[in-house]
Design a protein around this ligand. Sequence first.
Ligand code: UTP
Length: 291
Amino acid sequence: MKVTKAVIPAAGLGTRVLPATKSMPKEMLPIVDKPAIQYIVEEAVHSGITDILIITNRGKGLIEDHFDRVPELEARLTSGGPEKEKILKEIVDISHMANIYFVRQKETRGLGHAVNCARSFVGNEPFAVLYGDDVIIGEDPACAQLIRAYEEFGLGVLGVKEVTAEAITKYSSLKVDNIHDNYYKCTDMVEKPTPDKIMSLFSILGRCILTPDIFDILDSTSPGAGGEIQLTDAMGTMARSKGMVAVDFTGTRYDMGNKLGIMQASVEVALKHPEIGDAFRQYLKEVSKTL
Ligand code: UTP
């Protein structure tokens, strides 16, 4: 079955980026001139996704506004002459990229709980999950790479990368065996492992393809690390029973949930930006002389 639906959980509290995220959703933090969540929606659309459910909560109305039309702004840009035409098209296109739906996670009970809010949207189809604070930039969209693996193996798929032994305790660790190239069979995983529980340095970074049986598993998953219902715990049950496939995807992943990740994304995207890239490179060279 083709993967045409995606879920973007964006209902976290973003406590690592306070005070910026006190009233502003972290998913709306800009990378140069686009909010993080727009990069994620574009990745999904470029991967063949047509229907997207964004999981929000109180105070995240700005995300809904971003994917809506803004008649007053559009009218102003229309009368702004040819140079405003390009930006007008961009603004209007944002609201036509895909069918975008919203549902609220009423309590912040973890990523697994957020994904479980997508049950009726998903129905009986495989679906992609793109974490709302993980922006991945690359030639071949990460989500598309995972969808191809789903089409090859018919199992749930995890987007993974190797991280350092120090970093992995903050993420997840996977038990994997190579299948071929960058494809691995995953038969177990653990969220936020203590050093003695590390199974490999492969960690899930922001993308997966799940089959709808994950919902029954989530229903019976007890709160794990941090007292939250962890998606990793539910996927661990799936990996141990029927196995999953891990794809060491290409592309650069930026963690928009922490301050350093936000700065890395801004600097690297700005350097390649058609409008400001050259001037920003010049500026960085000057600044680096003073470091
Ligand atoms: P994080 O683990 O980064 O949690 O969530 P957080 O609450 O957003 O951030 P901190 O740790 O307080 O700074 C990973 C993804 O899961 C979503 C987040 O929005 C983010 O996209 N999430 C997390 C939910 O949608 N609901 C939750 O209950 C928890």
